[in-house]
Design a binder for this molecule. Structure first.
Ligand SMILES: [Zn+2]
Length: 423
């Protein structure tokens, strides 16, 4: 991964909004600053000019804004507790009805509604559908201001940080959800392309997943607390809508840590993902079994952890030449340093001593039956801890995940196509 990728995301607890400054007070919003506000019409014109190129299957292009109206077809108001609050606190959008049986259309505020700045240049639009959703937390303050105004200020603070400090062209995520349950478009055109259901805007929420995954930022830090009911409801409704529009299976919802070395989306929100998959499936009229809704994902190991998974990781680190000494099942400073060394050697985007979804696939190399080395010992440690009677002849990523994770299905490795800028 190149340096741009390395800049494109947070490392430790932080997610997209890492070190985002405090949300500016009311009235100091970007919307009112001269030269920063913009009209949708202006972007439509600019986008149309920039999008005069070819559209090739699976290829990126600076596309025109969506041809579909972001407002879904109207059939009647959406009643009930599953509706997402609009700017006036009412379920919305006005006149919108369920898209399919049981699937309410969430009100998603477009960029111009929350006072977004114009992107530095038009986002890339890919002529392909995303295949999964990545759930993030902003790692920012867990505010108790649930107003739409607070939601919009938060979205502007993220965008300002990412454009001015990170140097990105626009917000990195496709969608943002506030603790009050307000849903907003993140990167420009994300909503229109979602409504079109055929193309996807390139994001910058997770290197390797910026085209094939829709990124949703959830306001707050969910290491020790759960999301608010309003945020949770909007998250599940938004996920259901994205699944429906893009044809994504409700099993294909993941946490940022599944693919990167990060604590995002927090231990609590991450642990709620099986429930999220089941509830999203329910909104789509499907039922998921426990096995279907649970993923045998890579565990996120960190300083202070103990046990057989840590011991297995230590054997693998020693196998790779990054750790000396005897594995003891304690994730101490020595282990964290070994993880960082391994990450540096493998040019990881996140070099932080956290053993997560970016580094595991490189560390957990394929082991074949009959070998006697540290990687094979790692397999033995896990098999003994899980009381696995017989280990397959070839332990590859899905087998590693079974040994390391819960009893669900494996997390697929799929990565973005070539040519993603990640900014
Ligand atoms: Zn994240």
């Amino acid at each position: 991964m190149n340096r741009e990728n390395a800049e494109s995301h947070g490392t430790d607890v932080a997610c997209v909004t890492e070190a985002v400054p405090a949300v500016p007070p009311k009235g100091a919003a970007a919307m009112g600053e001269p030269g920063q506000s913009w009209s949708r019409r202006g972007l439509l014109v600019g986008g149309a000019v920039a999008g005069a190129g070819l559209v090739l299957p699976g290829r990126a292009f600076a596309g025109p804004p969506p041809t579909t109206d972001p407002a879904p077809p109207a059939t009647g108001p959406v009643p009930g507790p599953s509706a997402v609050p609009g700017p006036d606190g009412m379920p919305g959008p006005a006149g919108a009805g369920p898209l399919a049986e049981g699937v309410p259309v969430p009100y998603i505020a477009r960029c111009f509604e929350w006072g977004a700045r114009k992107p530095k240049f038009p986002p890339k639009v890919w002529d392909r559908r995303p295949i999964r959703i990545l759930v993030h937390h902003t790692a920012g303050a867990s505010t108790n201001d649930y107003s739409v105004g607070a939601a919009h200020r938060m979205a502007r603070a993220i965008q300002n940080y990412q454009m001015d400090r990170n140097g990105w062209l626009d917000s990195g995520q496709h969608f943002t959800i506030s603790r009050g349950g307000h849903v907003m478009e993140g990167r420009l055109w994300s909503l229109g392309e979602l409504n079109g259901g055929r193309r996807v805007v390139e994001g910058a929420h997770s290197p390797g997943q910026n085209v094939i995954a829709i990124g949703i930022e959830n306001e707050g830090t969910y290491m020790g607390v759960d999301p608010t009911p309003a945020l949770w409801n909007s998250l599940r409704v938004t996920c259901a809508y994205i699944c429906l529009r893009y044809g994504i299976a409700p099993t294909e919802l993941y946490g940022h840590r599944d693919y990167r070395n990060t604590l995002c989306p927090g231990d609590r929100l991450y642990a709620a993902l099986p429930r999220l998959r089941r509830e999203v499936a329910g909104l789509l009229g499907r039922r998921l079994s426990r096995t279907e809704s649970t993923k045998a994902s890579w565990p996120l190991l960190r300083t202070g952890d103990r046990g057989p998974m840590v011991e297995a990781a230590q054997y693998l680190l020693r196998d790779a030449g990054s750790l000396t000494g005897k594995p003891d099942g304690r994730f101490d400073d020595r282990t964290a340093a070994a993880v960082s060394e391994f990450q540096r050697a493998h040019r990881a985007d996140d070099v932080n001593g956290l053993l997560g979804g970016e580094t595991w696939p490189e560390l957990a190399r394929t082991v074949r039956a009959g070998t006697e080395d540290d990687a094979a010992r790692a397999v033995e440690v896990l098999a003994a801890a899980r009381r696995v009677e017989s280990v397959p002849d070839v332990v590859d990523h899905p087998q590693w995940q079974k040994l390391l994770g819960t009893s669900g299905s494996a997390v697929p490795d799929a990565q973005d196509p070539q040519g993603v800028l990640n900014r």
